[in-house]
Design a protein around this ligand. Structure first.
Ligand code: ADE
Length: 226
């Protein structure tokens, strides 16, 4: 899978991808992530990419030309399954959406800033708009990082034990059951006996029951959706 991230602040993003699962995915050759500095597609001598909004009002708008130049240059090089724009009014990111994105070959993510992008970019280039929650971030970089994290860990082979991604919270519409590790007792706090029993069928049933109960308590909305 290849992900191209279009941003005003590439250095803010590279750090994030140099660590942990994301860096392993890149080193294993399963995922390529490329950053594109939008300033380099500016038509002005000073590399500016924003301008005042027509009709007035506070804040700046990311201009159509540098964004279109960057998107089109990439599109000439390969076919993209999706051109994503991060925006608070986009479709809410979900596990289901991340599952679908993890199967794509090439995606582009445009990180918004300031008051956002000239609407013509959304109309003519963007195929999917994603929000990571009902709050406003300063820019789309954090949102793009969240999207990439949740997608890349689902790409086959990225997580060694594939079961572990499949048993994540939300994969089956339930939150994850509690987990324990050694020691079996700490300050008198004991690990549930069933987990020490070695009876795998009973343990699976217990985990499922716990997941259902936790979902009922913490996220009853998930049980209603089905
Ligand atoms: N840009 C600003 N706020 C955002 C949000 N909540 N989700 C995605 N992109 C954003």
């Amino acid at each position: 899978m290849r992900i191209d991230i279009l941003t005003l602040f590439p250095s803010m993003m590279t750090m994030f991808f140099e660590e942990s699962i994301l860096s392993r995915a890149r080193k294993k050759g399963l995922v390529e992530v490329h950053f594109h500095d939008l300033h380099q597609y500016s038509l002005t001598r000073y590399g500016s990419v924003d301008d005042y909004p027509y009709g007035g009002g506070a804040g700046m708008v990311m201009a159509v030309e540098p964004l279109a130049n960057c998107i089109e240059q990439l599109q000439r090089e390969r076919r993209y399954d999706d051109v994503i724009y991060t925006a608070p009014d986009g479709e809410m990111l979900s596990q289901n959406m991340s599952n679908q994105l993890s199967l794509k070959e090439n995606i582009m993510i445009l990180c918004g800033h300031y008051k956002g992008v000239d609407e013509r970019i959304r109309e003519h280039f963007i195929t999917k708009e994603i929000s990571i929650g009902d709050y406003v971030l300063t820019g789309g970089e954090l949102a793009a990082a969240v999207i990439c994290d949740s997608v890349i860990r689902l790409v086959p082979g990225v997580i060694g034990d594939e079961e572990s991604a499949l048993s994540d919270s939300f994969q089956d519409g339930l939150v994850a059951p509690p987990e324990y590790t050694r020691p079996p007792e700490f300050r008198g706090w004991r690990v549930p006996e069933i987990l020490l029993s070695g009876n795998h069928a009973k343990i699976e049933q217990w985990r499922y029951d716990q997941a259902v109960e936790r979902t009922r308590q913490r996220r009853p909305d998930l049980l209603k959706e089905g």
